[in-house]
Design a protein around this ligand. Structure first.
Ligand code: AMP
Length: 414
């Protein structure tokens, strides 16, 4: 029964058997966030295009090539959100959250959209979970958000994870460094890939991310900002590292680490997983002390992370078995269907998962169906008003008081 329609390229359906592993992940994330005081926030799936141009940065791949942008009927340009932080900062300002006790600690989970070339672990609609800690420049906040993600990955049992840590320094330090980097790239222009060469003056940091062999050679001898960090930037980085050391969180300092968004300052980090092939990053983030000001607010330091739900699920590669049903109510006579329905509802109210036949099957057909859906016990309502309880694992069957079936199922706690 194939339809002529298919899910659009780069998107996917989450089928019930896949939703179970996803549900486990979402519950674990909600628990990690709530234990650390990161309250949930939800923002719209689309925003004014200008928010992302301003927030994510016009020179980034995301804004240049990957946004799903459209005009509404009022000719306003809107964009399906490619990431969460700009929207959350917009909401922070729009709702005057700077008046709340700082920092404001928020968490989110939902769909995001990027027009990328689809491949394993890279989709056009994907899901991220993330956390933002807004209103403090303390290195404690950097360490806290890093540990949130590290705890979540550990709790889920994601194998082969490594944390890479870097720093981009403050905006001023970065500006000076970028001049050095551009000079280095210009001096080796002939060895760079076309893409990197064209972007030397727009986004030189991305050269560190290139797969091109010539570019990689040039970058091996490029100056890095981590080795140039000084003053408060150096101290901040030192403190973040000391806090992670004290908490026993392993990491590798990666002076070549860069991220695809323009708003980062100081700390950046990336969790990579060796089970994932080319798209190896499960999550990452960093500090973005200039973003809220960039969006029109007062200077407000902040730090956060986002992790890809599909990437975590790919790395886990696990099947969570169906929960099965506590009870299936079978009827020996179609006349008893109303009673069966009432009993199912009563059982559900008592916290017992219960189903009944909705397709007019024979008694034999109902028992077969009960087995297929993994019912642990079948309550059979007989035509003479009596009832039987059959244990589907042992096959044992006994007569039961038809007025006490709920008690039978709850162990008398009804
Ligand atoms: P970013 O917002 O680019 O920092 O990405 C954060 C995380 O989201 C990454 O580490 C990935 O796990 C995930 N991610 C980003 N883009 C995609 C995509 N196109 N498909 C699936 N996951 C993605």
């Amino acid at each position: 029964m194939a339809s002529k329609f298919q899910a659009p390229r780069g998107t996917f359906d989450v089928l019930p058997e896949q939703a179970r592993a996803r549900g486990r992940l979402e519950q674990a994330a909600a628990a990690v966030f709530s234990r650390a005081g990161y309250e949930p926030i939800a923002t719209p799936a689309f925003e004014d295009t200008a928010l992302f141009e301003r927030g994510v940065g016009k020179s980034t791949d995301i804004v240049r090539k990957e946004m799903f942008t459209f005009e509404d009927k009022g000719e306003r340009s809107l964009t399906l959100r490619p990431e969460g932080t700009a929207s959350i900062c917009r909401a922070y300002l729009e709702h005057g959250m700077h008046k709340l006790a700082q920092p404001v600690k928020l968490s989110y989970l939902g769909p995001f959209f990027r027009h990328e070339r689809p491949q394993a672990g890279r989709y056009r609609q994907f899901h991220q979970l993330g956390a933002e800690c807004i209103g403090t420049d303390s290195p404690l906040a950097d360490a806290e958000v890093i540990m949130l993600l590290s705890d979540l990955l550990a709790e889920l049992g994601v194998p082969g994870v490594e944390l890479r840590l870097g720093s981009l320094g403050s905006f001023e330090a970065r500006r000076a460094y970028l001049e050095d980097l551009k000079a280095h790239l210009h001096a080796h222009e002939g060895e760079l890939s076309k893409d990197v060469r064209e972007r030397i003056d727009i986004n030189p940091l991305r050269a560190f991310d290139s797969d091109d062999e010539g570019t990689r050679g040039v970058m091996a001898s490029a100056p890095t900002i981590v080795e140039q960090l000084e003053g408060e930037d150096a101290e901040h980085f030192e403190e973040v590292r000391a806090l992670l050391d004290a908490a026993g969180v392993a990491y590798a300092v990666d002076p070549t680490l860069v991220r695809g968004l323009d708003y980062y300052t100081r700390t950046i980090f990336s969790f990579v997983c060796d089970r994932l092939g080319a798209q190896s990053e499960v999550g990452g983030g960093g500090r973005y002390d200039g973003l809220i000001e960039q969006l029109g607010g007062k200077p407000t330091p902040a730090v956060g992370f986002a992790a890809g739900i599909e990437r975590i699920l790919l790395a886990l590669d696990e099947e969570v078995p169906a929960a099965g049903r506590d009870a299936f109510i079978a009827v020996a006579d179609p006349e008893l269907r109303g009673r069966a329905m009432a009993l199912a509802v009563e059982l559900r109210h008592a916290g017992v998962s219960a189903e009944l036949d909705l397709a007019g099957r024979s008694l034999k057909g109902q028992l077969k169906h009960a087995d297929r859906i993994g019912a642990r016990r079948v309550l059979i309502l007989e035509a003479d008003g009596s009832a039987q309880v059959r244990d589907m694992t042992t096959g044992e069957q006994h007569a039961a008081d038809p007025g006490k079936l709920v008690e039978e199922m709850t162990g008398g706690e009804s």
